[in-house]
Write a protein that binds this ligand. Structure first.
Ligand code: SAM
Length: 224
C-alpha cells in the first residue's frame, strides 16, 4: 500500500461493509479513504475536512496512490454540502463535542439506511449518551490500541429503543460483548479513572460525589 494505517483507523475500516459508499468526515491525510478503495472495501469515498490544508493533503495523497474519480473532496463543516447518497459515515480522531455538533447539524442521518462508524478521542461516555438519546443503537464496538491509548470504535444505526443507562454509557453492552483481547485492560482503566474521581470528591461529599459513587457501583455490577 505504501503507508500504514493506525490501529484506530484499521478498526474503523474493519466495520465498513464490502461495497460501501463512505463519507469520511475529518479525513485529514485521506489515508482511510485511500485504504478503503485500494482494498476494495468501499466503492466510493467522499472525503471532507473543515480545513483546506488537510483536504489538499488528502487530494495529493489520492493522486500519489493512484486513486481516481471514486474519491471526491469537500471543504465542509461536517456533512454540510456533501451528497447524501453514501451509506456509511466515518468520523475518527475527533472529540465528542465535535462529533455531537456534526451529528446535531444533520438530523437526516437519523435513518437506518446509514451506518455510522465513530472513533472518538475524548469524552466517549458523553458521545454514547448523545447517540443513545437520539435513537441510535450501538451495533458493534471494538477497541484499538495506538501508543499508550486504547480507543473504542463503534458502529451505529438509527433504531430507537431503550436508552443506555449511565453506566452503559461508560461500558456499553456492545463493548462488553466484543471479545477483544484489550477489553480487560480497558475496563480496568475506566474503573480506575472513576475510582480516582470518587476518591477526589469524597472529602467534599455532595451530589457530584453521590452520583459518581453510584456510577462506580453500577460499573462494578456490570463486570463479571
Ligand atoms: C485529528 S484529525 C483526524 C484525522 C483522521 N480522521 C484520523 O482519525 O486520523 C481531525 C480532522 O478533523 C477535521 N475536523 C475537525 N472538525 C471538523 C468538522 N466540523 N468537519 C469536518 N472536519 C473537521 C480537522 O481539520 C482534522 O483534519
Amino acid at each position: 500500500m505504501g503507508f500504514s494505517l493506525s490501529n484506530r483507523l484499521l478498526a474503523c475500516a474493519g466495520f465498513v461493509r464490502p461495497g460501501a459508499r463512505v463519507a469520511d468526515v475529518g479525513c485529514d491525510h485521506g489515508y482511510l479513504g485511500i485504504h478503503l478503495l485500494k482494498t476494495g472495501r468501499a466503492t466510493r469515498v467522499y472525503a471532507s475536512d473543515v480545513r483546506p490544508g488537510p483536504l489538499d493533503c488528502a487530494r495529493r495523497n489520492a493522486v500519489k496512490y493512484g486513486i481516481g474519480p471514486e474519491m471526491t473532496f469537500y471543504l465542509a463543516d461536517g456533512v454540510r454540502g456533501l451528497p447524501r447518497d453514501f451509506d456509511t459515515l466515518i468520523c475518527a480522531g475527533m472529540g465528542a463535542d465535535t462529533m455531537i455538533s456534526i451529528l446535531e447539524a444533520a438530523p437526516w442521518l437519523r435513518d437506518n439506511r446509514y451506518r455510522l462508524i465513530l472513533q472518538c478521542q475524548s469524552k466517549v461516555p458523553a458521545l454514547r449518551r448523545y447517540v443513545s438519546d437520539q435513537g441510535f443503537a450501538i451495533l458493534r464496538e471494538t477497541l484499538a490500541e495506538d501508543g499508550k491509548f486504547i480507543y473504542p470504535v463503534m458502529e451505529l444505526a438509527y433504531d430507537p429503543g431503550e436508552a443506555l443507562t449511565e453506566a452503559q454509557c461508560w461500558l456499553s453492552p456492545a463493548l462488553l460483548d466484543c471479545g477483544c483481547p484489550l477489553l480487560g485492560v480497558y475496563t480496568q482503566r475506566v474503573l480506575g479513572n472513576v475510582r480516582k474521581t470518587v476518591r477526589g470528591l469524597s472529602a467534599a461529599g455532595g451530589p457530584e460525589y453521590q452520583s459518581r459513587a453510584r456510577l462506580l457501583r453500577e460499573l462494578e455490577d456490570l463486570l463479571p
